[in-house]
Design a protein around this ligand. Structure first.
Ligand SMILES: Cc1cc2nc3c(=O)[nH]c(=O)nc-3n(C[C@H](O)[C@H](O)[C@H](O)COP(=O)(O)OP(=O)(O)OC[C@H]3O[C@@H](n4cnc5c(N)ncnc54)[C@H](O)[C@@H]3O)c2cc1C
Length: 391
C-alpha cells in the first residue's frame, strides 16, 4: 500500500483509525448536505474537542494531547478525505493560533487562551489577509495604535476561516506609525476575542468549495484590546505569522492529500462497477493508466508531506520543505480530482457522487496559506539561501 511508505507507530495508527471512524460516523452522512446548504455545524467543534483534536500538538501541561506533527497530519488527512471543510477548521486552529500562543505566548496568555483552545472551548482563527493584501501580506493596513494600557485597532480583515464561531482571532495589525513605516517589522500579532466592543462580523463569502467552512470579513472599529493581549514583541507579529505558516502549510498539504486520496478511492471503485462495451471500464488500459498516475501522485505527495512533518518533529527548518509539500499536494489534489471526474464521465459532473465536491474543495488548496506561485517563490528563494551552505 502506498501509505505504508512511511511506517506509522502503533499510536499513530490508533489515532488514524480514531479519525477515520469519526469521519465515517460524524461527517460522511452530512458532508454533501452541509456543502449544498453552506451550513456550518457548530456541534462539530464539541465533537472534535472530545477527541482532543483541537489540541493535538499542544503539550499536556496546557491541556492538549502533546502529539507530534506527523500524528496530527495523519489524523487531519483522514478528516479531509471525508469533509475538507471540517479539515480546514482543524488545520487553522491547530497549526496557526495555538502554535503561535505556544511558541510566543506568556504563561498568562497560555492559561487564558491556549488551555481553553486546546480543550476545544475556544475555536481559533487567523486573520492576516485583507481586501487589498493577500500574497503581499506585509502590506496590510489594519492599524493598531497604543493608547494607555490598550491598543486600539481599526481596519478590515478578509477571508477569515471559521470567523463566525471563533473565540480567539490571532490578528496581525500595524504597530508602526503612518509617519514611520517599518514594513514587515512594523506589524504586531494580537489576541482578539469577539466580546471586545468594536468587533463586527462582516459578509460571509459564498464560495465554490469548502462551503461548510464559514469564511468571513471582520471589521474592527476602534476595538480596544488590553496590552496584555499583544503576542511577543510589537513589531514581530508578521515574523511569527510567517514562521507559523511553515507548519500551517503542512496542514493544507494534508488536507490536499486527503481530498486526492478520496477522489482516487471513489474513482477506482467506480471503474470496477461501471460497465461499457460489455466490461467494467477498469479493463480499459486508458482508465488503468489514469488510475496508476493518480495513485503515484497521491503516494508521492504523502511521502513528501510526511518527510516534511518528520523534519519539523526533529526540529529542522522546514520553510522550503513545507512549501514543496503544499505545492505538490495541492496540485496533485487538483489534478487527481479532475481525473476522477473524467473516470466518472457525466456522473462525475453531477452531485450524485462526491467527486465534484472533491474537485471544488481541492481548488482552494492552491490558493490559501500562499498561492502556488508564492510557494514556488519560497522554494526558489530557499535554493539560493542554501547555496554554499550545508545541505
Ligand atoms: C476559502 C479561503 C479561506 C481563507 N482563509 C484565510 C484565513 O483564515 N486567514 C487569512 O489570513 N487568509 C485566508 N485566506 C486568504 C488567502 O490566504 C489569500 O486568498 C491568498 O493568500 C491569496 O491572496 P489574494 O486572494 O489576495 O490573491 P492575490 O495576492 O491578489 O493574487 C492574485 C494572483 O496573483 C498571483 N501573484 C501575486 N503576487 C505574485 C508574485 N509576486 N509573483 C507571481 N504571482 C503573484 C497570485 O499567485 C494569484 O494567482 C483564505 C482564502 C480563501 C479563498
Amino acid at each position: 500500500m502506498a501509505w505504508a511508505l512511511t511506517p506509522l507507530t502503533e499510536e499513530q495508527r490508533a489515532i488514524q483509525s480514531t479519525a477515520r471512524e469519526f469521519a465515517k460516523r460524524e461527517l460522511a452522512p452530512f458532508a454533501d448536505e452541509w456543502d449544498e446548504n453552506a451550513h456550518f455545524e457548530p456541534a462539530i467543534i464539541t465533537k472534535l474537542a472530545e477527541l482532543g483534536f483541537l489540541g493535538m500538538m499542544v503539550p499536556e501541561q496546557y491541556d492538549g494531547l502533546g502529539l507530534d506533527t506527523l500524528t496530527y497530519l495523519v489524523a487531519l488527512e483522514e478528516i479531509a478525505a471525508v469533509d475538507a471543510s471540517t479539515a480546514v477548521l482543524m488545520s487553522v486552529h491547530n497549526s496557526l493560533p495555538t502554535q503561535m500562543l505556544l511558541r510566543w505566548g506568556t504563561e498568562e496568555q497560555k492559561s487564558r487562551f491556549l488551555k481553553p483552545m486546546a480543550r476545544g472551548e475556544l475555536l481559533g482563527a487567523f486573520a492576516l489577509s485583507e481586501p487589498d493584501s493577500g500574497s503581499d501580506a506585509a502590506s496590510l493596513r489594519m492599524q493598531a495604535t497604543r493608547d494607555g494600557d490598550c491598543w486600539v485597532l481599526n481596519g478590515t480583515k478578509a477571508w477569515v476561516s471559521s470567523g463566525t464561531h471563533a473565540g480567539v482571532v490571532m490578528t496581525m495589525a500595524r504597530t508602526d506609525t503612518p509617519e514611520d513605516r517599518k514594513g514587515a517589522r512594523g506589524i504586531g500579532a494580537f489576541i482578539i476575542t469577539p466580546d471586545l466592543p468594536g468587533y463586527i462580523v462582516g459578509k460571509k463569502e459564498d464560495k465554490m468549495g469548502l462551503r461548510a467552512s464559514p469564511t468571513v470579513q471582520l471589521h474592527f472599529e476602534n476595538l480596544r484590546v488590553p496590552k496584555q493581549n499583544l503576542l511577543g514583541e510589537p513589531g514581530l507579529g508578521f515574523i511569527y505569522a510567517m514562521q507559523s505558516l511553515d507548519a500551517g502549510r503542512l496542514g493544507i498539504a494534508a488536507q490536499a492529500v486527503g481530498i486526492a486520496q478520496a477522489a482516487l478511492s471513489h474513482a477506482s471503485k467506480y471503474a470496477a462497477e461501471r460497465r461499457q462495451f460489455g466490461k467494467p471500464i477498469k479493463e480499459f488500459q486508458a482508465i488503468q493508466f489514469r488510475l496508476a498516475d493518480m495513485a503515484m501522485k497521491v503516494a508521492a505527495s504523502r511521502a513528501l508531506l510526511r518527510a516534511a512533518a518528520t523534519a519539523r518533529d526533529r526540529g529542522q527548518q522546514i520553510r522550503q520543505f513545507s512549501a514543496m509539500a503544499k505545492l505538490m499536494a495541492s496540485e496533485t489534489a487538483m489534478w487527481v480530482t479532475t481525473q476522477a471526474i473524467q473516470i466518472f464521465g457525466g456522473y462525475g459532473y453531477v452531485k450524485e457522487y462526491p467527486v465534484e465536491r472533491f474537485f471544488r474543495d481541492a481548488k482552494v488548496t492552491e490558493i490559501y496559506e500562499g498561492t502556488s506561485e508564492i510557494q514556488r517563490i519560497v522554494i526558489a528563494r530557499e535554493l539560493y539561501s542554501h547555496l554554499g551552505g550545508d545541505r
